[in-house]
Design a binder for this molecule. Structure first.
Ligand code: SAM
Length: 351
């Protein structure tokens, strides 16, 4: 037990651990050690982000996907999904209402929808850039060539979220169809970083077949990549996927890992994700208290939200964006945090 506390002290001081040490620390999770991690994580966040919470307006642009990731509700072989994609006008209209509410950063997320060629996507990005020059534009539309990432950046995109999902080769195979590979996923991340994007990597906590050692490998990979943002959330089964009967990841392990990531990368942007809010009614608040500093309310039109279901019981599906933001602000204030209307750039940009 004391050994675990020493490992946390070492992580705080040296900002890294060996694979063996990480594995022990992750396996040794308990409520006592978690509290110890959280108090240090809050202290580590303080000089860079204080008690400020950045908000990103999430626009789910399409649920059409050519991929068949086994865990994901919008995988191409799920024939029960009512497929949609937003038009350029619809996306701009989401940005306009987001701007009115105070959002200064928009995240366009979607399946790998072949409709979004470089030309189409660049045109949308350029239109947002022109109308909202002060806003940061973030993309999360999966794997593309380096040339494509370059064009999107030239059109005005500055940030890219692409979770690595798992840094272990064998585990990657268990979660994905054969045509996808960890090597390509990692290459995309390094390409994005090289092109100067603020990059977000991450993984699902409690994904099927995941072990403490896999998570330890995720930590080592994150240290190596040194991204601007790390998105982690619990795995939550979707009833129409082959993982329907798998166990969900826990809130406790997710927030423990959030705290450990904050200690390893003090300046990183760390969202308390929608999946965390889904796994526990106070999930996002607990995420903040464990070291997170970002929330991503949904700006997608309410009509399509029910169709962007990556997992079951997703929260805020019926809530209007403005109401969603109001309630988030109140929730954050209630625990001593303040939502700020700001581009919210990462302070972890040494690459
Ligand atoms: N297609 C893009 C990509 O692959 O990065 C972006 C959309 S993808 C649906 C966004 C993220 O949702 C994935 O990176 C994955 O970690 C998460 N996700 C998918 N299914 C999930 C599930 N059942 N539970 C929790 N998170 C899930």
């Amino acid at each position: 037990m004391t050994d675990l506390y020493k490992l946390v002290d070492k992580l705080e001081e040296e900002k890294e651990l060996s694979l063996e040490e990480w594995t022990r620390l992750i396996e040794g999770q308990s409520s006592e050690i978690s509290e110890y991690v959280f108090s240090k994580a809050r202290k580590a966040r303080e000089p860079f982000y204080g008690h400020e919470v950045y908000v990103r307006g999430l626009i789910e642009i399409s649920n059409i996907c050519r991929n068949d990731c086994i865990y994901c509700g919008i995988r191409c072989s799920n024939v029960k999904v009512n497929r949609y994609r937003l038009t350029k006008e619809e996306i701009l209209s989401c940005c306009r209402s987001g701007w009115e509410m105070g959002f200064r950063t928009f995240v366009m997320q979607g399946g790998e929808d072949p409709y979004y060629t470089d030309e189409v996507l660049c045109d949308i990005i350029a239109a947002i850039r022109e109308e909202f020059p002060e806003c940061a534009i973030t993309l999360s539309v999966g794997e593309r060539s380096k040339e494509s990432y370059r064009k999107l950046k030239e059109a005005g995109a500055e940030r890219y979220l692409l979770r690595h999902e798992t840094a272990n080769e064998e585990h990657y195979r268990m979660l994905h169809p054969e045509n996808l590979s960890l090597a390509v996923r990692k290459e995309c991340l390094f390409n994005l970083r090289e092109l100067g994007y603020q990059v977000g990597a991450g993984f699902m906590v409690g994904a099927p077949y995941q072990t403490a050692r896999h998570l330890a490998e995720d930590m080592i990979f994150l240290k190596e990549l040194n991204p601007a943002m790390v998105g982690i959330g619990p795995f939550i089964p979707h009833h129409d996927t082959p993982f329907a009967d798998m166990k969900a990841g826990t809130l406790e392990q997710t927030i423990y890992l959030l705290g450990l990531i904050r200690l390893m990368l003090p300046k990183v942007l760390l969202p308390a994700t929608t999946a965390l809010g889904t796994s526990d009614p106070l999930g996002r608040e607990k995420g903040m208290e464990a070291g997170a500093n970002v929330v991503m309310p949904n700006l997608s039109p309410t009509e399509v939200r029910k169709d962007y279901l990556l997992y079951d019981n997703k929260i805020c599906v019926n809530e209007e964006a403005a109401e969603n933001l109001r309630s988030l602000k109140a929730r954050m204030e209630a625990i001593g945090y303040m939502v700020v209307c700001d581009r919210g750039d990462s302070k972890n940009m040494e690459n």
